[in-house]
Design a protein around this ligand. Sequence first.
Ligand code: DX5
Ligand code: ZN
Length: 228
Amino acid sequence: MTSKIGPANGKIIIAPSILSADLWCLGQQVQTVREAGADWLHVDVMDGHFVPNLSFGPATVKSLNGRAQLPLDVHLMVRQPARFIEAFAKAGADLLTVHIEAQDDIKDVLLQIKKSGVKAGLSIKPDTDPKRLQPFLDLLDLVLVMTVQPGFGGQSFLPHSPQHIACVREQIDASARPIWLEVDGGINAQTARLAAQAGAHVFVAGNAIFAAQDIKGALQSLRQAATI
Ligand code: DX5
Ligand code: ZN
């Protein structure tokens, strides 16, 4: 069964990141988070150039497609992502997010994503001015505000992140378009609350979910903290 992603309507979305999952038993881990109430599954793609790490590719998305029974939220931390849009769309991504810093002709990449029938997201790194998103809002289904430097799980939420989130929230509200505002990096019950207060409603969490003894409890406390 393929899960179709619904519209952005302000509902709180929890998206566990499989970067922190135990890959020995990925299927089981996905089933555990789904049964614990996860809304989406976050798949981090790294190329060793845009970020100093390597992770998953289209083959991973293809294996998860249908079986995960959760919308696949694919975060491309790669240079020149245009090269890979078709492969990820074919593999079954429901949402493809590229980085504004990764390519010059971002508008073309976003159009390419939309043409392939997938929802389009744009992400900013912690040092990027959120106002740079403005020209692209018309094309976006999601904005991803990185709350750590991308590349690794288990880092601490950067303290200036709520200002970035609030600035993006203002732009989204002014656009009056249904755009998800997602945060990623160092999200736990404490920081989810700060991000929610600043205007986020999609919460990616790796370590806070997969490293927890009680995955269901961890997911529930995240949702509770994000509900303001
Ligand atoms: C970092 C990735 C994140 C990562 C988050 O570059 O984009 O999705 O998995 O992990 P935590 O929640 O552990 O910071
Ligand atoms: Zn991510």
